[in-house]
Design a protein around this ligand. Structure first.
Ligand code: FMN
Ligand code: SF4
Ligand code: SF4
Length: 392
């Protein structure tokens, strides 16, 4: 079982069991969620990035269907990033070397007010040191009164204790809900989550992954303008990393977790809820497809919930954890089974098996058991649910 394919056994089995429980479809699932006391009209929020770099962009994100707005990270000094800052790379990923806001802090205060005045749930993002937290936190609380403050740990080192100190400093400085954004590049995320949990109200996981490198093969030129051409990976390429980390953070402590990393479709977001997330954020897909992505993903979440008989996001939260506990593991090496009545003869699986364990017998695929190593790869090629592994 891959657990990551579109039509994985995992989703299929949940869908089957739920449909059996609720023969009549439940219509119009509830999309509203409440996280750290903040009510969002849907669970799809913006993630800090160029998609929300000023008030106008934040308003557009809300018009595009976002449930709430997390602003671009601001710090005590405006950033100066050498261009280019955002490029495409493999696996539907983006690489970026954009640090924090290039607008001065005082100018960002004006941008936040545009969002607040429109009555939109607003989370201000700040970075990076305990001193920065003590300086920026109280001003934001007093001048902007956002619904929460998110702080980025992306440029605050990789050791647990200093990161916990950042959380403590912000806790001592403001009364607002605090969201701690976790970078995937830390050696012990579970230890950080446990130790920081007393000082924060929620976690956001994950920031972009790296550092990474990509360049133009024809010219040898780095594709990013940063000093060594290095940057940070985001988009679909990091979705499985983000799922793993959200699962870890929701498993070792009780504060809510907002999932982020590679979300482009409703099904991506559903996976985050299933590993324990309370809401999700999107950055790269908004860069690629524009502000309407938030509303598109929210609609797809609603459709998926309706089709599977769930009435709210709450009902799917943590389903993966339950499945993990109850799943049956194979005793030995299984073999691929083909349900001939479902096989359309498309041959995709035959082409996919590098072990020559599949062949076409007329219009149906067949297995050569002695060649099959039970890897499971071919079932992800089958769009008709005709393949699954069985005990030998
Ligand atoms: C161009 C760019 C700029 C970003 N800037 C910030 C930032 O200022 N603060 C922050 O916490 N995360 C920042 N991120 C990380 C995103 O908020 C998000 O955590 C990450 O990209 C994974 O989500 P995604 O795959 O939906 O982009 C940035 C990401 C990109 C691509
Ligand atoms: S499970 Fe692996 S070895 Fe067996 S048929 Fe499928 S791809 Fe080939
Ligand atoms: S991929 Fe599925 S439908 Fe296509 S030949 Fe293989 S088993 Fe049959």
């Amino acid at each position: 079982m891959s657990g990551l394919g579109d039509e994985s056994d995992f989703l299929l089995s949940i869908s089957i069991s739920i449909k059996n429980k609720h023969p009549k479809e439940v219509k119009m699932a509830e999309l509203r969620v409440k996280v750290t006391g903040i009510e969002f009209r849907n669970p799809v929020l913006t993630a800090a990035g160029p998609n929300v770099r000023n008030g106008e962009m934040m308003l557009k994100a809300f018009e595009g269907g976002a449930g709430g707005v997390v602003a671009k990270t601001v710090s005590v000094r405006p950033a100066r990033d050498t261009r280019p800052t955002i490029r495409k790379t493999v696996c539907r990923g983006l690489v970026n070397c954009e640090t924090w806001s290039e607008l001065p802090f005082e100018a960002m205060l004006e941008e936040y007010r545009k969002v607040k005045d429109a009555g939109i749930p607003l989370i201000v993002s700040i970075g990076y040191t305990p001193k920065d937290m003590r300086q920026l936190g109280p001003i934001i609380e007093r001048e902007v009164e956002p619904d929460a403050i998110e702080f980025s740990t992306h440029y605050s080192g990789r050791s647990v204790e200093p990161l916990v100190e950042v959380a403590k400093a912000l806790r001592e400085s403001v009364n607002l809900p605090i969201w701690m954004k976790i970078s995937p590049n830390l050696p012990d995320i579970e230890e950080l989550a446990v130790k920081a949990s007393p000082f924060v109200d929620a976690f956001v996981a994950i920031n972009s992954y790296g550092p990474v490198l990509d360049f133009d093969v024809e010219t040898g030129e780095p594709i990013l303008g940063s000093e060594y051409g290095q940057g940070w990976l985001s988009g679909q390429a990091i979705l499985p990393i983000a799922l793993r980390i959200v699962h870890q953070v929701t498993s070792v402590q009780a504060k809510p977790v907002i999932g982020v990393g590679g979300i482009e479709r409703g099904k991506d977001a559903i996976k985050f809820f299933m590993v324990g997330a309370s809401a999700v954020q999107i950055c790269s897909a908004a860069i690629r497809y524009g502000h309407s992505i938030y509303g598109k993903v929210a609609k797809e979440i609603e459709k998926w919930l309706d089709e599977h008989g769930f009435s709210s996001v709450d009902e799917v939260r943590g389903l993966f954890k339950e499945k993990l506990k109850s799943r049956k593991k194979f005793d030995g090496i299984p073999v691929m089974h083909i349900e001939e009545s479902k096989c359309t003869g498309c041959k995709l699986c035959v082409r996919a098996c590098v072990h020559s364990a599949l062949y076409m017998d007329g219009d149906v695929a067949k297995v050569i058991p002695e060649n099959c190593i039970g890897c499971g790869y071919c079932q992800d090629m089958c769009n008709f649910g005709a393949m699954w592994l069985v005990e030998r």
